[in-house]
Every structure is written in C-alpha cells, then in structure tokens.
Design a protein around this ligand. Structure first.
Ligand code: C2E
Ligand code: CA
Ligand code: CA
Length: 563
C-alpha cells in the first residue's frame, strides 16, 4: 500500500507517522507503506535491516526502547539527493523510560509509485551531541519537565501528584457529576517479585497499567501511586465500579505466571468533593485494607466507620510513646486452674493500659493497632520483664511459684533477637525457663508455618514451653498438630461459647481433646464462663481451665493474695 499524499504533503505525512509511532506505538501506519525491499539502518547501533518484516520489527523495538514518549517538536525538511527523495526529521522527545530528553534524527526515503509514495529506506540515529541537547532542553524545558514530572516512569501512568491535581480539576470541571475513587493493590506482590523475579514483577505492573490505560470511560484518570498501588478516578455510573473490578480481576488472573494473581480493591464514592483528593485516596485505601483477605470478593466500599477506626488508631499510635514512658501499661494475671484438684496451676500475663485519668483501654483495642505499626514488641518486652521480675520476687518470698504464660505477638517471631531477649530476661532474673511459658496465636502458624516452626523449636531447645493460643479460631486443622511441636494447646473461648455441650460442637471439642492427648499434648480451655462449661470440660478430660467463671484477670497485688 502506498502513502496516498501529494509531494507537497509528504513532509507533514511523515511527521504524523513518526508521531504516531513514538507517542502511540502505532507501528502499522508506517509498516503499511514500507516497500518490500525496504532497508532500515540505525548507524549509532550499527544495525542494518532488510525487508518490510525486519524493518517493522526494528521500528517496534525502537518504540519499546523509549516508550512512553512525549514528542515536543519535529522539524523536518525535504530534499532530493542522487535521485532519492528523502525527508530528514529532527525529533525532540522525552522518553519516560530513559527519563531524559532525546534528540532523534530520522531519515525517511521514498520511492514514487502511481498512487503515492512508498518508503524504501529508513534511518534512525540518536543525536548524542550534548550541546545540542542542552540547547533543546532550554528551549522546550517547560513542557518536558512538566511531562517528566507528571508520569510514572515504570508504567507511563500518571504519578500521584499529577493524579491529585487532575482529578481535582476534573471534579471542579464537572460539578454536576459524581465520581468514584478506586484503589487497587496486588496481593502478595512481594512474593511475585521474589519468586518470579523483579522482571516479572515489572511486567505485571505494566500489564495492569496497560489495562488501566485502556479503560473506555469518558471521564477517567488512572495513576500508579507507588509500588503495586494503583488508583482510578471515574464518573460513577450504575454498576461501573463492579464491572471494572470484575474485569480487572479476570485480566490479572490471566497474567502469564503460574501464580494466581489476585487484586484487592477499595472504593470511595466521592460524597464530599471539598476534601483533598489525597484524602479521598486514603479513604479508598481504608476500604481496601478492609477488603484484604476477603477471598470471595476482595473489595470494599468506604464508610465513615472506617474513618473513625482510623482516627482511633491514630490516637493510640500518638499516645503510645508517652504511655510507655509514664508506665501506663500494667501487668495483670489471670489464674489457671486444675478442675480436679482445684489448684491454681499458673497464670496468663495480660496487659492493661490504664491512663493517668483512670480510664483504660483494652488490649483487644490497642494490641492490633500496635501490631500493625510494629511497636507491640515494646509492650511485650515490658510485660515479659514484669513477669520475670515478679516470678523472681515470689521465689525470693519463698512462695511456691507456678508458671506464667506471656503472649508473643506474631511480629516478635520475626525478630532475630527474640531468643536472646527471652534468654537474657530469664538470665537477668535468674528464673528457670519453664516458668516463663510462651503463647503463640494459632493464626501465626498459618501465616508462615515453616518459619514459626523453626523459631518455636529453637525456643523449646532453650527450655521454654510453647502454647498454641486461640486454637480453633483460625483455619488450621487438627492434622497440622502432627507436624508442629508445641507443648500445650489452648482451646479458643469463642469455640467453647458456640458449643452446646450436647450437640455437635461438644463432640468436636471432645475429639480435639482426645486427639491432643494422643499426641501427648496438654490442653487448656480458656474463656470458661459457666459451671456447665466447666463440668463438660471435666467430662471430656480437659482439666485445665481459665476464665471468668474462676477468676477475672487480676492486678499483681490481687493475684498475690490468691497464691
Ligand atoms: P488472648 O491471649 O486470647 O487472651 C485471653 C483474653 O480472654 C483476655 O482478654 C482475657 O481477659 C479474656 N478472658 C478471660 N476469661 C474470659 C472469659 O471467661 N470470657 C471472655 N469473654 N473473655 C475472657 P484481654 O486481656 O482483653 O486480651 C485480649 C487479647 O489481647 C489477648 O487475647 C491477646 O491476644 C492480646 N494481649 C493481651 N495482653 C497482651 C500482651 O501483653 N502482649 C500481646 N502481644 N498481646 C496481648
Ligand atoms: Ca493468650
Ligand atoms: Ca487466647
């Protein structure tokens, strides 16, 4: 096929072809008008190509080398040398991939055919002349710097700042319309990078970016915020968000690696256009965090309760350091009993946050927040040390000392210093290690079983006893117990509460206790609230108990009166 233009328009037509190639990646517009015997040449790289197929591939490669690109200027001239009609073009463009301004000289040679022109030679060279580049830079600096500053170089999507600015403009430009902010995150993206290589990770990011660029909605902006976090702002239409989410999930699933790529979504329906776009993005993120781990449909819509929760979390984080310094965290002890002998067989150490004004915050409120922001280990260490200090004191007072179990957060398990810290504390207070029992929650085992097994084994080798806390609350099975080495199984109180002793729940509980027994594991039931529960536990051979029926968690002074 020929380029159907007159010679007067050849120069402009050539510029258009170049523009489409570099800014849109449209190779076919040029490929369609290549002569079968066309020759391609890239002098700077010493490449030489012959035939339309090879030259097309060469052009494709050149596009990919620089894309995404912005062309700020093309200057060309037409001339005839030794009978050859040529268009020489100087292209000034910014390559996001290379993050710089480039000067490209392109020489397009034409052969005249009855219905127009065909390309029989094409020659592309980067102009490395620094001086020229510098001159160009000052000429076009404003546009290009803005371009470089607006886009994310890895994917060619808008970056955060540009997204915020443009989304804000879009919302002001269309005051009568309503918008949705959708945040997208790739689940376990780190794993993909580690297992399949960063190259695959980058490819996946581009794959998703490619989809976002192709969204066919009139008012729509998308950006990559950082790492594997994307955001889209679009005019809300009935069911559009769901459709988008559904399609994206399918698109992600079809990504070429042998790992099911799962995306998580959070939506903020913009009900208040006066707040900054960055806050809207944050709200969509709160919804996304709620959606995480929700395997059926990993998306969530923002509501104000999430904001209240976030404010509460913020408050906890803000007040935490001072609280630690002012010793507002207190050790409480909940006794554990033997149902047969009625003796106290030990206790669990539980933290209480009692503020200077007398109000207190329960651990179920602040521990998850501190786990998230990583400072839980300061609390844990404090409680461990308080426990050791009191054990020592009781020993010195000549009391008969029973073991106290402390809670070990999952993030403590990732701390390489964990063993040293625990060994250090028992050493400092000179107490036998079996008196400090360690409770590790069941869900930690399901997170990373191999790592946890290694850590628990080393702790056991040191002489510590390991309790698996909250058993029955998570997804782990009884089968798992065969493979991991723990000393005591703590049956979750929720499990007990949902158990009517006569029905199925009772049977399951009884089977658990039996199975644990056959594995030489002791069991203790926690959250025992009634006499009936206690009787039932006794009847199935679970004699160790802890719960309000026997005693609330007590202050150290109160606990001492008991023992
Ligand atoms: P957990 O380890 O499962 O602790 C048992 C919780 O059950 C305690 O709540 C205890 O007060 C409560 N409980 C005891 N008996 C009964 C009962 O009969 N009925 C009911 N409904 N509840 C009962 P608490 O003290 O509010 O602690 C909540 C969670 O916070 C703990 O659950 C534990 O996961 C965490 N936690 C507490 N102290 C610490 C700590 O020092 N470090 C860490 N990392 N986590 C802690
Ligand atoms: Ca516990
Ligand atoms: Ca528990």
């Amino acid at each position: 096929m020929a380029l159907r233009v007159g010679i007067d328009n050849l120069q402009r037509a050539t510029e258009k072809l170049i523009k489409r190639l570099f800014t849109e990646g449209v190779v076919d517009a040029i490929a369609d008008v290549l002569d079968d015997n066309v020759v391609g040449f890239s002098p700077s790289d010493h490449y030489y190509f012959r035939g339309s197929w090879e030259v097309k591939r060469f052009l494709q490669g050149e596009y990919e080398r620089f894309a995404p690109c912005n062309i700020s200027k093309i200057r060309s001239r037409q001339f005839i040398r030794e009978g050859q009609l040529s268009i020489e073009s100087h292209v000034i463009m910014t390559s996001l991939q290379q993050r710089k301004l480039l000067l490209l000289n392109i020489n397009t040679m034409y052969r005249m055919v009855p219905d127009g022109f065909m390309i029989n030679g094409i020659n592309m060279a980067l102009d490395y002349d620094r001086e020229k580049t510098y001159k160009v830079l000052t000429e076009t600096a404003m546009d290009d710097l803005e371009f470089l500053a607006s886009y994310d170089s890895a994917t060619g999507l808008l970056n955060r700042e540009a997204f915020c600015a443009r989304a804000s403009d879009m919302m002001t430009d269309y005051p009568e319309k309503s918008f949705d902010i959708l945040r997208i995150n790739i689940e376990r993206f780190k794993v993909i990078n580690e297992v399949f290589g960063e190259h695959q990770g980058d490819k996946l990011l581009n794959y998703i970016a490619g989809f976002l660029k192709s969204i066919d909605l009139e008012l729509c902006l998308s950006a990559r915020l950082y790492a594997d976090n994307f955001v889209v702002c679009f005019e809300s239409g009935e069911g559009d968000a769901e459709k988008l989410i559904y399609t994206m999930q399918i698109v992600a699933n079809s990504f070429e690696i042998s790992h099911r790529t799962v995306l998580t979504f959070g939506i903020y329906h913009v009900d208040d256009k006066s707040i900054p776009v960055s806050t809207m993005i944050e709200r969509a993120n709160m919804a996304l965090n709620q959606a995480k781990g929700n395997h059926v449909m990993p998306y969530c819509l923002y509501d104000n309760k999430m904001r209240d929760q976030m404010l509460l979390e913020q408050k906890i984080v803000n007040e935490f350091d001072a609280a630690l310094e002012h010793r507002e965290f207190k050790l409480f002890l909940q006794p554990k009993y033997d149902l047969v002998t009625k003796d106290i067989i030990g206790a669990e150490a539980l933290v209480r946050w009692i503020k200077s004004d007398g109000t207190s915050v329960m651990p179920s409120v602040f521990i998850p927040v501190l786990e998230k922001n990583g400072s839980v280990y300061s609390v844990d260490r404090y409680i461990w040390e308080e426990t050791c200090r009191n054990l020592r004191r009781w020993m010195d007072l000549g009391k008969e000392v029973k073991p106290v179990s402390v809670n070990v957060s999952r993030i403590d398990l990732y701390d390489p210093e964990l063993i040293n810290v625990l060994v250090g504390l028992t050493g400092k207070y000179n107490i036998p290690k079996h008196l400090l029992e360690l409770e590790i929650t069941e869900s930690a085992y399901t997170d990373d079983p191999r790592m946890i097994m290694q850590v628990t084994e080393s702790l056991q080798n040191e002489g510590f006893l390991i309790l698996m806390d909250d058993f029955g609350s998570g997804y782990s099975s009884l089968n798992m117990l065969k493979d991991i080495h723990i000393d005591i199984l703590k049956l979750d109180m929720e499990f007990l509460r949902s158990t009517d002793q006569t029905g199925r729940g009772g049977n399951i509980l009884s089977a658990m206790v039996q199975m644990a027994g056959s594995l030489n594991l002791h069991t203790i039931a926690e959250g025992v609230e009634t006499e009936e529960q206690a009787e039932f536990l006794k009847s199935i051979g679970c004699n160790w108990v802890q719960g309000y029926y026997f005693s609330q968690p007590l202050s150290v002074e109160e606990f001492e009166k008991l023992i």
